[in-house]
Design a protein around this ligand. Structure first.
Ligand code: HEM
Length: 457
């Protein structure tokens, strides 16, 4: 019997059967316009009249792009120009080798020792967050799940950066500017896609630039304030950034680079919050999976606190987090361009060709995954594990892979383990929940929920 047929299919727009389809001006979810063919092919030509553009799904070709020839498949200008007002010259938006130095300088923040120290920060944040959830419960309030988790994740980032709790007013300011920037950029991408010129993005609107400047100014003030008060520990990211030296030149970060890095860390927590939002939504619909997490936490940590050493043994919980990253990759599309003519599989690519790599499509590809639309955390323990991992790229791949990947998985696993074993999260509008993929993958409408602390007998 095929047991997988009973697995849950979490919400996602069905691919379009008629091809890329016209936009009717009402339907704004770009994921609805992706034709079915994209989920079955290894390479798809999506060129516009003036720009060669290829969607690459084939895992072997992805190895060439990300691992073998990253110096030829560089980051594409479109995305860089969109994000530069906010992230400056951060490696995430740097196309050439200039990023190698910076990657080396930020390496200490990903070390195991730092992760152990940060574990304490995450625990403190969750303690605080649990009290907040109790308040919500006592006041019988309903709440937007994304907003709730953004606050938790921003607090975690803040504690890691500066060793102190994030004041609510600072969160409100960060959130307002970051959301405004993201909403305006997503709107720009939507409008451009509707005109059928997806990667010829026009200039970033002035209002978005203004929001980015406001956020960067705020970050600058936070850096100064924290340096002056001198309460941040030697393990804080701020300290590690201040003492970092380029392996090439022995020069420290410039002031602007410091702002780039702190702004990016505060913003990347939005990605972590997005995955958790999807995880808690999916779990709210899957009582069996919730129960398995609770049993695992109890088996591994007993009724006491979860310790750092326990994390590697929370395998099921970690696989739930990974499966959510597969179905809802927070960065749904990545782009590259060729900086010289090159042969890629059967393609002869000219210099300047666009390459689109879509974790959203690859993670739901019908040839690379069994029952791709189903929620099946156990797929990560099957024996063809190494094969499926080639088509699993929520953090990118190769030389330019996300430097925060392992800490994001650790943090996500811990938060899931703790929240699921302490609370029931009931989503009040499950039929209205749908992902939308523009700049990031987000719910199209707010996911409204109620939280209730579980009574342990
Ligand atoms: C769930 C959370 C996260 C997701 C899904 C995510 C995803 C990604 C992806 C897909 C890329 C590759 C972009 C590309 O190839 O063009 C990337 C790059 C990067 N990420 Fe993350 N990220 C997350 C959290 C973080 C965190 C918490 C940090 C920092 C503490 C971080 C730091 C970076 C950096 C520095 C890069 C640039 C690497 C380079 O281009 O050399 N990320 N991330």
């Amino acid at each position: 019997m095929d047991t997988n047929t009973s697995l849950y299919r979490p919400p996602a727009p069905y691919p379009s059967r008629e091809g890329a389809g016209d936009f009717d001006g009402v339907e704004t979810n770009l994921l609805r316009h992706l034709p079915e063919e994209l989920y079955k092919s290894d390479i798809v030509d999506i060129s516009t009249p003036d720009k060669p553009n290829f969607l690459i799904n084939d895992p072997e070709l992805l190895s060439v792009i990300f691992e073998d020839k990253p110096e030829i498949f560089v980051k594409s200008d479109g995305m860089i120009e969109l994000l530069r007002p906010l992230l400056g010259d951060h490696p995430l938006v740097t196309s050439n080798n200039r990023c190698v130095d910076q990657r080396a300088m930020i390496k200490p923040i990903g070390s195991t020792h730092t992760q152990q120290v940060n574990f304490g920060h995450i625990q403190s944040s969750i303690n605080h967050f649990e009290s907040f959830c109790e308040e919500i419960q006592n006041e019988n309030r309903v709440i937007d799940l994304s907003h709730l988790l953004r606050r938790l994740n921003a607090d975690i980032a803040y504690r890691m950066l500066f060793s102190i709790e994030l004041p609510k007013s600072v969160f409100d300011d960060i959130n307002t500017h970051a959301r405004d920037f993201e909403t305006r950029i997503s709107q720009l991408i939507r409008e451009t896609a509707e005109k059928g010129v997806a990667w010829q993005l026009p200039k970033v609107p002035q209002q978005a630039v203004y929001s980015a400047q406001q956020l960067r100014y705020l970050v600058s003030m936070l850096i100064d304030g924290n340096i002056q008060s001198n309460h941040f520990s030697h393990n804080s990211f701020l300290h590690k950034f201040l003492v970092a030296r380029s392996p090439e030149t022995n020069i420290p970060f410039t002031r602007k680079q410091l702002v780039d890095h702190v702004t990016t860390i505060l913003n990347s927590q939005e990605l972590a919050a997005a995955v958790l939002m999807w995880a808690l939504f999916v779990l709210s619909q899957c009582p069996d999976c919730r129960q398995k997490i609770r049993e695992e936490v109890c088996r591994v940590a007993g009724h006491g606190d979860i310790q750092f050493e326990h994390l590697s043994r929370l395998r099921y919980t970690r696989n739930v987090f990974r499966e959510v990253l597969r179905l809802y990759p927070p960065i749904p599309h990545l782009t590259r361009k060729t900086n010289r003519a090159i042969k890629l599989g059967r393609l002869d690519l000219p210099e300047g060709a666009q390459i689109t790599i879509s974790p959203w499509i690859i993670h739901r590809h019908q040839q690379y995954w069994f029952n791709p639309d189903r929620f099946d955390p156990e797929r990560f323990i099957k024996k063809d594990h190494h094969i499926i991992m080639k088509s699993f790229l929520p953090f990118g791949r190769g030389l330019r892979m996300c430097t925060g990947a392992s800490s994001a998985i650790l943090q996500g696993t811990l938060i899931l383990a703790r929240l699921v074993s302490q609370f029931d999260i009931e989503v009040l509008n499950p039929d209205k929940v749908e992902p939308e993929g523009v700049l990031f993958l987000e719910p199209l409408r707010p996911v409204v929920c109620k939280v209730t602390r579980i009574k342990h007998i």
